[in-house]
Ligand binder design. Structure first.
Ligand code: GTP
Ligand code: MG
Length: 196
């Protein structure tokens, strides 16, 4: 799968204003600051397509990027970070869950996990919710440049062990470093297989 063109289409919190659900799409979710927007830039080979920040809570809306004029990459806000009041956070989360549960053109939700961390409660709960809601998803372990090979292997082994406590089978697992530009081909080929 080669990305020839990538362009921003629309950013909003209103599902009705998203592009009509006729083209397949792939969305990125995970805790704030895990590297969702950076990964979209790395995959599309554009520095400034998705907005990134060292401070969590940068992406606040659902952002559609049209790829090769045929399918979408979707940048979503992170979870687990409350910029405002609890009420605001709940509202903020409800449009994301509505998007995930109702978007009929969503082919796969990539759940990004910081490869440096043990399984976080919020990720565990989120992944279980995807399971019960029967949402197709894959995991991407991000920021792999921050670990050496041995540490990465150990962390992933622990993570898989944790997953197998509640899942019979492991989901698809991918790796990325937006800084070192690693994982691009594997992720794009995974998307390419689904698009076929
Ligand atoms: P929110 O939109 O706030 O939910 O965050 P996000 O998940 O979109 O993260 P974003 O891409 O904005 O990146 C957060 C920070 O992590 C930025 O400072 C990035 O430069 C950094 N970062 C992202 N990916 C990588 C990576 O692969 N390696 C390293 N070392 N840093 C990364
Ligand atoms: Mg972001």
């Amino acid at each position: 799968m080669k990305i020839k063109t990538a362009r921003f289409i629309i950013s909003n919190t209103d599902l009705e204003k998203c592009p009509p659900p006729v083209l397949p799409e792939f969305a990125f979710i995970g805790r704030s600051n895990v590297g969702k927007s950076s990964l979209i830039n790395m995959l599309t080979d554009q520095n400034k397509l998705a907005k990134i920040s060292a401070r969590p809570g940068k992406t606040q809306c659902i952002n559609h990027f049209l790829i090769n004029e045929k399918w979408y990459l979707v940048d979503l806000p992170g979870y687990g970070y409350a910029r405002n009041s609890k009420e605001d956070r709940d509202k903020f989360e409800s449009f994301i869950s509505e998007y995930i549960l109702t978007r009929e053109s969503l082919k796969c939700l990539f759940v990004l996990i910081d490869s440096r961390l043990k399984m976080q409660k919020i990720d565990k709960e989120f992944i279980s919710w995807l399971g019960t809601s029967q949402i197709p998803f894959a995991l991407i372990f991000t920021k792999t440049d921050k670990l050496n090979k041995k540490q990465l292997k150990e962390n992933i082994a622990l993570y898989k062990e944790e997953l197998l406590k509640t899942w019979d089978e492991l989901p698809q697992i991918l790796y990325s470093s937006s800084l070192a530009k690693l994982g691009r081909e594997d992720i794009l080929s995974y998307i390419g297989d689904i698009l076929q």
